[in-house]
Design a protein around this ligand. Structure first.
Ligand SMILES: [Zn+2]
Length: 127
């Protein structure tokens, strides 16, 4: 497993992520190595309020009513996809979205392939 920065590696190794999210990452790591010999890269874990504000700096919706990210409370992890086999992106999304995010909010997903400003990536989250 690779990390975008030393800070992200330290966050990962600090054991503050929920066990469920760690198991999801391990599952993806094993899948990508076994099927594609591809090593995943974690690009974001914990986010400060300042970093959250900076990401959505140009969003009118955010400026009007700022929202918190799961990244601010150790419940979100981002994976790089620009060097990931494209088939793997769909396979990972399907696999992880079999895991229910929140029984009270079935519309919420555990894995989202999206771009919030800093580039497209796989976002993983858990309750
Ligand atoms: Zn994310």
């Amino acid at each position: 497993m690779k990390f975008k920065t030393d800070r992200i590696q330290k966050e990962f190794e600090s054991n503050q992520l929920p066990w469920k999210l760690v198991r999801i990452i391990q599952m993806i790591e094993n899948f990508c190595l076994a099927k594609y010999n591809y090593e995943i890269t974690i690009t974001d874990i914990l986010r400060t309020q300042e970093e959250q504000d900076a990401i959505y700096e140009y969003s009118d919706k955010y400026r009007e009513k700022p929202w918190k990210s799961v990244h601010q409370v150790w419940r979100g992890v981002d994976l790089r996809t620009r060097d990931m086999p494209s088939e793997a992106i769909n396979e990972i999304s399907d696999m992880v979205n079999k895991i229910q995010y929140d029984p009270n909010r079935p519309e919420k997903k555990s894995c989202i392939y999206h771009n919030v400003g800093a580039g497209i990536h796989l976002h993983l989250q858990c309750m």
